[in-house]
Design a binder for this molecule. Structure first.
Ligand SMILES: Cc1cc2nc3c(=O)[nH]c(=O)nc-3n(C[C@H](O)[C@H](O)[C@H](O)COP(=O)(O)OP(=O)(O)OC[C@H]3O[C@@H](n4cnc5c(N)ncnc54)[C@H](O)[C@@H]3O)c2cc1C
Length: 401
């Protein structure tokens, strides 16, 4: 990985400028440098690479995910093959439990085992039979769909899941009455008619063996690719045009003819001219405890109590065996753009999609300028989906080069 010592005034000499070192920016930067043999400047406002997937050792030597737990899983062979060039994998399948009270933990997604724990073996068997009859075995049924049933037993089950797994958790997560949430959120929460207690069913699952930051270091180790850390693109990037149609990007006030790929927040880049795009954010509270393990699996969701949504214990993800363990509590909050606060989750809804459309249109009016990634495209992407998008854009740009 080459950290540039050039001053930012040299940026205009590069064939491409990529902004942001998360998966979006890092993959496209590498591809342009390696495949199209471009000289690429990769610019990052933070003092480290990896975007939201960044991990590092804490002061106790525990490898922690600084911006929330990141678990890799994908059904996309190209993405898995691509990333496997830069890391080996630790075999890991994610499991999540919901804590109903001090002694009761049930698998999430709510499945056959959860039904038996919640309703007892006998009643559980009846309910499972009814579910299989109505929807088939090994099926995921969204609770919104279950709640529409005429069958009083299935309705009781659906209400139980809604109240004990979904309602309080979602109220915390989104800061609003769950009944008012966009259907794209409610339709994501299923009952899984199965014994499979894995959180994901993708064929490729695992954690980078040496952590995400090591994966990024290897990804960015490429001839022609220079990294500029601690540099906010807004300090050098401008646009020339007539307000509605911008036409040309400028770098340090001079027209820039190369490719620009921007992976940061698009409303911020354009000075919020159409208003803010709302996000939910998270306050992370880390705690290190003098024990080997704190909880039975990596993530425990607090679905009926507490102000935080979940606790993650990193050693389950990384396999580290130490005499201490670090856990992280997540407290959801509104994103207000305060220093240090990160935009985490896009808030779905028609008005926000319309506003994003205005920003996207403005960006499309700029020659050789591309928006890529979860912030620039204002949509929730898993890591694999961002890598897939970055590879697609790379295919397009390399073809034109
Ligand atoms: C709490 C949480 C947990 C998640 N867990 C998972 C998971 O388990 N599995 C999974 O697959 N996905 C998970 N994700 C999604 C994952 O974080 C995203 O898919 C991934 O971060 C997207 O990468 P990106 O490059 O688009 O954005 P980011 O990783 O956010 O990278 C954007 C980068 O751009 C930089 N930047 C922004 N503006 C500027 C600027 N003006 N100048 C310079 N640099 C700038 C930022 O500092 C940042 O480094 C999770 C997301 C969150 C919020």
């Amino acid at each position: 990985m080459h950290i540039s010592t050039e001053s930012e005034s040299e940026l205009r000499g590069y064939d491409a400028i990529v902004i942001g070192t998360g998966f979006a920016g890092s993959v496209i930067a590498r591809e342009l440098a390696e495949r199209a043999r471009m000289r690429v400047a990769l610019v990052e406002s933070r003092d480290h690479i990896g975007g939201n997937s960044y991990d590092a050792l804490d002061e106790h030597g525990v490898l922690v995910h600084m911006y929330g737990p990141h678990i890799f899983h994908t059904a996309n062979e190209r993405v898995f093959g691509y990333l496997s060039r830069f890391t080996e994998w630790r075999a890991y399948e994610h499991r999540v439990l919901a804590r109903l009270d001090e002694g009761t933990f049930i698998p999430v997604p709510f499945n056959k085992t959860s039904i038996e724990i919640s309703f007892g073996k006998e009643r559980g068997a009846e309910l499972i039979g009814k579910l299989i009859e109505a929807y088939g075995d090994e099926r995921k049924v969204p609770i919104a769909q279950l709640r529409q049933t005429d069958d009083p037993d299935i309705a009781e089950l659906a209400d139980f899941v809604y109240d004990n797994v979904f309602r309080h958790y979602s109220a915390k997560q989104w800061g609003t009455d769950p009944a008012t949430l966009d259907t794209s959120i409610t339709s994501r929460v299923p009952v899984f008619i199965s014994r499979d207690d894995r959180y994901f069913q993708d064929p490729f699952q695992g954690m980078p063996a040496q952590g995400y930051t090591r994966l990024f270091e290897s990804l960015l180790d490429c001839e022609g690719l220079d990294l500029f850390l601690g540099l906010d693109a807004r300090s050098f990037l401008g646009f020339a045009g007539d307000g509605e149609r911008l036409r040309q990007a400028t770098v340090n006030g001079e027209p820039y003819g190369g490719i620009i790929v921007f992976t940061g927040s698009v409303d911020e880049l354009f000075g919020f001219r159409f208003g803010r795009l709302p996000y939910r954010s998270l306050d992370f509270e880390f705690e290190t405890l003098p024990m080997k393990r704190f909880q039975p699996c990596a993530t425990v969701n607090y679905t009926v109590s507490e102000d935080f949504t979940r606790i993650t214990e990193f050693s389950h993800l990384t396999g580290q065996e130490l005499e201490v363990t670090t856990i992280m509590r997540e407290y959801p909050c509104a994103y207000e753009g305060k220093p240090g606060q990160i935009p985490c989750y896009v808030v779905p809804g028609e008005e926000n999609a319309r506003r994003y459309g205005q920003y996207a249109e403005l960006a499309a009016s700029i020659s050789r300028f591309h928006l890529l990634g979860r912030l620039a495209e204002y949509r929730y992407y898993n890591m694999d989906a961002v890598v897939a998008r970055a590879l697609e854009l790379a295919d397009e740009l390399c073809e034109q080069a």
